[in-house]
Write a protein that binds this ligand. Sequence first.
Ligand code: DGN
Length: 264
Amino acid sequence: PNIAFFDSSQGGLTVWENVLKRFPNLNTQYLGDNARCPYGNKSAETIIKYSSEAALFLLNRNANLLIVACGTASSVAAKEIQKIFKIPIVGIVEGFCQFVGSILENKSRSVAVLGTRFTIKSGRFKEELSLYNINNVWERACPLFVPLVEEGISSGPMADAAADMYLWDIPEDTKIVMLACTHYPRLVHAIAASIERRLGKTIIYKTIDGDWVLILGRNNLEDPIYVVESSLPIVNYVSQFLHKNNSTGIYSQGNKHVFCTDAP
Ligand code: DGN
């Protein structure tokens, strides 16, 4: 099979890389619509239009599964474009919220959702989390994070200042922080450091290998905060897809194509 990914630009590479870590021989293609990045500040109509165009491009290149590797497009367009195209199309919202539902033991603890302006305004994550009885949701749009990542800035004073500006009032009872934009894993250390400065808690990051990795902490190992990204549920989805299609992905040639809509 050929598995296709798209994002407004390079953020979805965090998802693509993690899928390839698990299935290195898969045939994959990635489209970064960098000419029109960011999607996060645009209207629903525009995001749906751009997403349909991205999907059509990848379908014409023989994609069998389309992964919407973008929190913004997933919030508004994944379901819409599924109505138009015949191949399975999966966004990050549903699997990600289900995953958080499965690891949050105490449902009264708060879940922080960090995303683009559009994602947060859409309320999609809040709505989906409520299916798992998670109703204590703190949301924050962090529009400066995407341009920072696009500029290759993932640490240092600018990243720290941006993280502090957005996270200074993250609730004391936060248990899980969801990186609901696929660019944000690049900033995970700045995000974790900012939360640690405010709450003095140990911050643990769920990696794609399923391990929890301690990234920062003082002495409070008893009640750590978990930071999670959207790739893990997507990797599981791909695994199920391959299984259903009687393919392990092991015997493909591992062709990888990356496209963008403007200068790379
Ligand atoms: N990576 C995109 C997302 O997950 O929402 C960023 C959207 C944007 O273009 N700002």
